[in-house]
Design a protein around this ligand. Structure first.
Ligand SMILES: *[C@@H]1O[C@H](CO)[C@@H](O)[C@H](O)[C@H]1NC(C)=O
Length: 324
């Protein structure tokens, strides 16, 4: 090949690559990855079971150890998601967590966004907790707790954390359950690169009725399974980070349509059983991001706990005459 021809070919190739890069969305919130493409075992290596196709991973907690995995990269904003099936039967003291954090890198000023699932005694439902810390705001826990409108131990359900520049949205399946705006949360809003973590561990000291019920290993091993793993994140300190954050801000999970706001309100009305916003014993002055709705406030005690929850729509008992 002549010098000119090879130069032209190089130019054409470069142009083709540039077009391909430009055409590819900077962030694809629908893509899922195999475990090995995005994650690394973190602890309890023998208790991490990967499926043959590497798209499902089970984390076990037994007498010897819990287990966990971490994303191989750190992200500055992203959409992190997994379909999760929780351990069934007696799970008091067991915690399954799916969260972003940078506590290993910034121990004093860490950021964190959490889904935590708190096990229970037999016949009582798992509770789900969400939380946020920013820049080491560990003295200002922003816990909210919910019951789920389905049994999370029989099928996989999708749990997602959208962390964009302006807001964080937690999703259960396609329903937003919590929306935290940067402008309202201010300096407590996560602002530094984070990794994604999934863990199962023994939280006997606090998870169930404040530690009254401990993990009973007769019912173990406790198995939490994760699939549909999504890591649509903006790689920290990569040249495309800014464009990626823009794309993320415009992506579906970041857009709170009226219908989504309505679905979120309904989920919270029906399922939220604790909110830091109503916990005036702990926080006499509410946080700037709290929308204190008077009709909602009347359903909570000053400890932040729900007075009495309407009967769960998905019950294990068939309805009796008195209910009809
Ligand atoms: C984060 O916290 C540190 C130490 O408390 C403080 O010096 C710094 O200004 C904070 N950063 C932001 C962005 O608020």
């Amino acid at each position: 090949m002549s010098r000119l021809a090879s130069a032209l070919l190089a130019l054409a190739t470069a142009a083709a690559v540039a077009v391909a890069v430009a055409a590819r969305p900077a962030v694809d919130v629908t893509a899922t990855v195999a475990f090995g493409e995005g994650y690394t075992p973190l602890f309890g290596f023998d208790n991490i079971l990967r499926s043959a196709d590497d798209r499902t991973v089970s984390l076990l907690l037994d007498r010897t150890t819990g287990s966990g995995f971490i994303s191989s990269a750190m992200y500055q904003h992203g959409f992190f998601s997994a379909s999760i099936k929780l351990p069934s039967d007696y799970t008091a003291g067991v915690v399954v967590a799916f969260y972003t954090s940078n506590g290993d890198v910034f121990p004093k000023t860490h950021d964190e966004l959490d889904f935590e699932f708190l096990g229970n005694i037999r016949g009582k439902p798992w509770r789900m907790q969400t939380n946020m810390y920013g820049n080491g705001s560990v003295s200002r826990g922003r816990e909210e707790r919910y019951v789920l409108p389905f049994d999370p131990t029989t099928e996989f359900h999708r749990y997602s954390i959208l962390w964009a520049r302006d807001a964080v949205v937690f999703y259960v399946d396609d329903v937003p359950v919590r929306h935290l705006r940067h402008a309202r949360a201010g300096r407590d809003f996560p602002a530094k690169p984070m990794s994604l973590y999934a863990t199962v561990w023994d939280a006997s000291n606090w998870a169930t009725s404040g530690g009254r019920y401990r993990v009973d290993y007769h019912y173990g091993p406790f198995v939490a399974s994760f699939t549909d793993l999504a890591l649509a994140g903006c790689r920290a300190s990569s040249p495309t980070e800014e464009g990626c954050a823009d794309a993320l801000a415009a992506s579906d999970p970041a857009v709170m349509t009226l219908a989504k706001q309505q679905a979120m309100r309904q989920f919270r009305e029906r399922n939220m059983v604790y909110s830091y916003c109503y916990d005036t014993r702990r926080y006499p002055v509410p946080f700037p991001e709290c929308d204190l709705v008077e009709s909602e406030r009347s359903r909570f005690k000053d400890s932040g706990h729900r007075l009495a929850l309407r009967r769960r729509r998905v019950g294990r008992r068939p309805p009796n005459k008195a209910d009809m």
